[in-house]
Design a protein around this ligand. Structure first.
Ligand code: ADP
Length: 674
């Protein structure tokens, strides 16, 4: 085994590799960009070295610099994780030339599977079933159109070097072919530097089923069963599960054998995934091979009880696979949900920002030997994440926040555990897909395992039917949090005479809390009496008391019930998480805002992390209220920062082209009357 390895990646996969290395007694060197100097993967490794500025091309894609760090720090091998340099043949060769071990397949296997067209040609020879299509070298548009007609519409045009769901066009009829081909080629050239395409039959309601394969350098190659990754948005996976629902033992064996044949055909070594597309009748076709560890590998680990990163390290160090195909067994069902900073309601557009609050469900691990094969009871809830509360999701990298992975005796139990885990996953500060994932877990088609790649589109109406009504429990929880905070601030125990702000005393010790939500404005009447608060709103008239309070977590007595809720405060916004639901309420505090000037101080700090793209003023500039001061760009949108009042600019703290963090002061400013 190696003494020390370098991890050429970031985020959750870097943390995950470091965790296994530590368990095996292998020391780790992490590399990081300027954006990641304080990130979790850096603290997880034994050593960490800065590799360059934030953009990936200047840091995580700097192969030569990474190899130099590995050499200087005595690492014997490099683990590339996924993405970045993981499937880069030239990098794998350079690593070997430097006398180091690339923890991945041999360069020739990377090359063979690097192009979808060449991979298909190889698979054809190995008698692996292919989607009917054309993957030849001749790219004449007339020939491609003729091939499309031969295949039969609808067809899919795919960039030969494509990946990540990019460079694909569905063509439903011949007249659109030429235009779609041109647009696909443009995207392929821009994204992958190569405009070659292939054409294949576009399957209706297919499933994406992939097989995990593993090979060592001693001629052993086996399959660790399949994963179903049909639940996708924009051709990208959101939910992955193992085993694939409805898979018969016979088809599992056939797909496993086809996948092993595919790996053997290219002299594969290490972890790889053979992706198949499965027609409604169960016929399966080779799509492509991913020559690395996949994001979704944990579900396979959960059902087999094996650590695939450990296997990668052992195989790269020259060892043999620890088990044979016959010794491999699977147990139960595992589901992974990818928690992303993205906006499902806006076409799943990636989001950036700061994780002002993040609390994750507790990981539940029970490690009990079950049989002589060393099969462990897997963790019931596992979280792979590369971020901590307070970290930023930057525009530079993939906006994944965490992978939430659950295991159950069967699929129904796994879904139930996923629901519970999502209910405990609380994020405040940026758009995210947690609520969407929770709706997916409740979706009847998903629950019934009626899976295919069009599920999210087809179930649109149900999946995006967002409830805005605020349940009474959640309103009560928000009120309780406000009362608890006021009590804490005044050092009192809820005595209204000790309270400082935001309430109106009258002879009945009544006050009104006004909370605004997407549903409307809620005026809650609270009466303070000897036994605590009385809550009156919308026909409810109940006792409200705080039984326990720990930060954002509250235990309430509401009427005759005990409730648990988490209420996170972000200024005047109250994020209420209760019973698996999440609502945002704004505290409309008339008194607290009465003395404030319009726009006081606000607007001069960066509203989100981004880049300054234009500065319109300089120190000494006289401006009137509303004058544009500077323009920021974040998430491909422009935000103009304007003068909050008439006055003089003292200093402009950033120049055009500079990156700014959320909340960073941009301009200091003196009002005319100050
Ligand atoms: P990428 O490398 O960009 O991920 P893939 O070839 O793996 O591209 O395809 C991504 C997804 O596109 C698949 O999971 C599936 O949802 C869809 N897809 C690919 N090929 C077909 C096809 N022939 N018919 C229907 N859908 C397809």
């Amino acid at each position: 085994m190696f003494d020390k390895i370098l991890i050429a990646n970031r985020g959750e996969i870097a943390c995950r590799v470091a965790a296994t290395a530590r368990r095996l007694g292998v020391r780790t060197v992490a590399v990081y960009s300027d954006a990641d100097a304080g990130s979790r993967h850096v603290t997880f490794a034994d050593e960490a070295v800065r590799i360059g500025p934030a953009p990936a091309r200047d840091s995580y894609l700097q192969g030569a610099a990474i190899i130099a760090v590995a050499r200087d720090h005595g690492a014997q091998a490099i683990h590339p994780g996924y993405g970045f340099l993981s499937e880069n043949e030239a990098f794998a060769r350079t690593v070997a030339d430097a006398g180091l071990v690339f923890i991945g397949p041999p360069p020739r296997a990377l090359a063979a599977m690097g192009s979808k067209s060449e991979a298909k040609a190889l698979m054809e020879k190995a008698a692996v079933p292919l989607v009917p299509g054309y993957h030849g070298a001749d790219q004449d548009p007339g020939l491609l159109a003729a091939e499309a007609a031969r295949i039969g519409y609808p067809v899919l045009i795919k960039a030969a070097l494509g990946g990540g769901g990019k460079g694909m066009r569905i063509v439903t009829a011949a007249p659109q072919f030429a235009e779609m081909l041109a647009s696909c080629k443009r995207e392929a050239a821009a994204s992958f530097g190569d405009d070659r395409v292939l054409v294949e039959k576009y399957l209706q309601r297919p499933r994406h089923v992939e097989v995990q394969v593993f090979a060592d350098a001693h001629g052993n190659c086996l399959s660790l069963f399949e994963r179903d990754c049909s639940v996708q948005r924009r051709h990208q996976k959101v939910i992955e599960e193992a085993p694939a629902p409805g898979m018969s033992a016979e088809r599992r064996r056939a797909m496993g054998e086809a996948a092993v044949a595919a790996a053997r055909a290219v002299g594969y070594v290490g972890a790889g995934t053979v992706e198949f597309i499965v027609d409604a009748d169960g016929t399966f076709f080779f799509m492509e091979m991913n020559t690395r560890l996949q994001v979704e590998h944990p579900v396979t680990e959960m059902i087999t009880g094996h650590d695939l990163v450990e296997w990668q390290l052992r195989v790269a160090a020259g060892g043999t696979l620890p088990v044979t195909q016959q010794q491999l067994a699977m147990r139960g069902h595992a589901i992974e949900a990818r928690v992303y900073a993205e906006n499902p309601e806006k076409g799943f557009l990636p989001a950036i920002g700061t994780l002002k609050h993040m609390s994750m469900p507790a990981a539940v691990e029970f490690r009990r030997n079950l049989d002589d094969n060393g099969f462990h009871d897997p963790a019931a809830v596992r979280i792979d994440s590369g971020v901590r509360p307070g970290d930023a999701i930057s525009p530079h990298y993939d906006p994944m926040i965490a992978k939430l992975i659950v295991w159950g005796e069967d699929r129904a139990q796994a879904i139930a555990r996923m629901r519970a885990a999502l209910a405990d996953f609380h994020i405040v500060g940026l758009a995210n897909n947690v609520d969407f994932l929770a709706r997916l877990m409740d979706n009847p088609a998903f629950v019934a395992a009626d899976l295919d790649t069009g599920l999210i589109e087809r179930e649109r109406e149900r999946l995006f039917a967002i409830e805005i009504r605020v349940p009474e429990d959640m309103l009560a929880a928000a009120c309780a949090r406000v009362l608890a905070d006021e009590a804490a601030a005044s050092g009192a125990n809820g005595d209204p005479f000790d309270m400082r702000n935001g309430w109106r005393l009258n002879t009945t010790y009544s006050r009104t809390l006004t909370l605004a939500s997407a549903h409307g404005v809620h005026d809650v009447l609270l009466d303070y009496g000897r036994d605590g608060w009385r809550y009156r709103h919308g026909g409810h008239d109940e006792a409200l008391a705080i039984a326990a309070h720990d930060g954002s977590r509250l235990r309430l007595r509401f009427g005759h019930r005990l409730l648990t809720a988490s209420v996170v405060r972000d200024g005047d916004d109250l994020h209420v998480f209760c019973g698996g639901r999440h609502r945002t309420l704004r505290l409309v505090d008339v008194i607290a805002h009465a003395g404030e000037r319009d726009g006081d101080g606000a607007g001069l700090v960066a509203p989100m992390p981004g880049k300054v793209i234009a500065v319109h003023v300089a120190a000494g500039s006289q401006v009137s209220k509303g004058t544009p001061l500077l323009v920021m760009e974040a998430m491909k949108m422009e935000h103009t920062i304007v003068a909050p009042d008439d006055g003089t600019v003292d200093a402009v703290l950033y120049a055009a082209g500079e990156q700014v963090a959320e909340g960073a002061p941009l301009v200091t400013f003196a009002r005319s009357d100050a």
